[in-house]
Design a binder for this molecule. Structure first.
Ligand code: PGA
Length: 253
């Protein structure tokens, strides 16, 4: 049975105090609402808050993710953070290949392939992001782009490693724009990703992997998106910065 997951990507937002307030408010809500057993909630705060947020979280099925990691284990890489540092701070997940990393930091598919490996080695679960730009979609190249991202960044994994990861489909044109992919567009791509995984690995692996949707997913549209058979939850940006909105998205299942 694949997991249903809602992950909040805070990006470069919140001060330390604001981060504590945000997470505390949500913990109270999740404790009171009794999170369903098969739903996982993930907070992805900025690096400096990982340890504190991990310590604050004291309910089952709620986890912490980093938003990025470096490709090396340790050494002279000023300003970078390794997967094992993240793991030792209490996080269990790491977002890899977010389109903002690809766009602003020139992270290529090949570079991301290394991150996925180092994250798994450190015991972290990668949340691997893929998705096409508006130009790709207009040129009807979106399936090819996503296929290449999977082929070059995660299809080198062994079957047992592949089964540990989570995928997030995030069309770049929908991120932070207020334009959400329609449930039909998202479902179509999620089903396509699952088919690629069936072809590369097998039906069982494809059936068990969680594929999240990301891109202007909010309290209003989450229900309609999550109702689709191949959409197993969301990677939420803007709406994860408002406690009540994020809690509503989790409750949209
Ligand atoms: P958004 O961001 O929800 O603000 O569109 C999603 C993401 O970047 O993961």
């Amino acid at each position: 049975m694949r997991k249903r997951i809602v992950a909040g990507n805070w990006k470069m937002n919140k001060t330390f105090e604001e981060a504590i307030d945000l997470v505390s408010e949500q913990i109270i809500a999740f404790r009171n609402d009794k999170l369903p057993k098969d739903i996982e909630v993930i907070f992805a705060p900025p690096f400096p808050f990982l340890k504190t947020v991990s310590v604050l979280i004291d309910i089952p099925h709620v986890h912490v993710a980093a938003q990025n990691c470096y490709i090396e284990e340790k050494g002279a890489f000023t300003g970078e953070v390794s997967a094992s540092m993240i793991r030792s701070s209490g996080a269990g997940y790491v977002i890899i290949g977010h389109s903002e990393r690809r766009m602003y930091f020139n992270e290529s598919n090949e570079f991301l392939a290394k991150k996925v490996v180092i994250a798994l080695k450190a015991g972290l679960i990668p949340i691997f992001c893929c998705g096409e730009t508006l130009k790709d979609r207009k040129n009807e190249n979106h399936f090819n782009i996503v296929k290449l991202q999977l082929e070059e960044s995660i299809f080198h994994l062994s079957e047992s490693d592949f089964q540990k990861i989570v995928i997030a489909y995030e069309p770049v044109w929908a991120i932070g724009t207020g334009i959400t992919a329609t449930p039909a567009q998202a479902q179509e791509m999620h089903a396509y990703i699952r088919k690629l995984i069936t072809d590369k690995y097998n039906h069982k692996v494809a059936d068990n992997i969680s594929i999240l949707y990301g891109g202007s997913c909010n309290a209003k549209n989450a229900k309609e998106l999550f109702a689709n058979p191949d959409i197993d939850g969301g990677l939420i940006g803007g709406a994860s910065l408002i406690a009540q909105d994020f809690v509503s998205i989790v409750n949209a299942f």
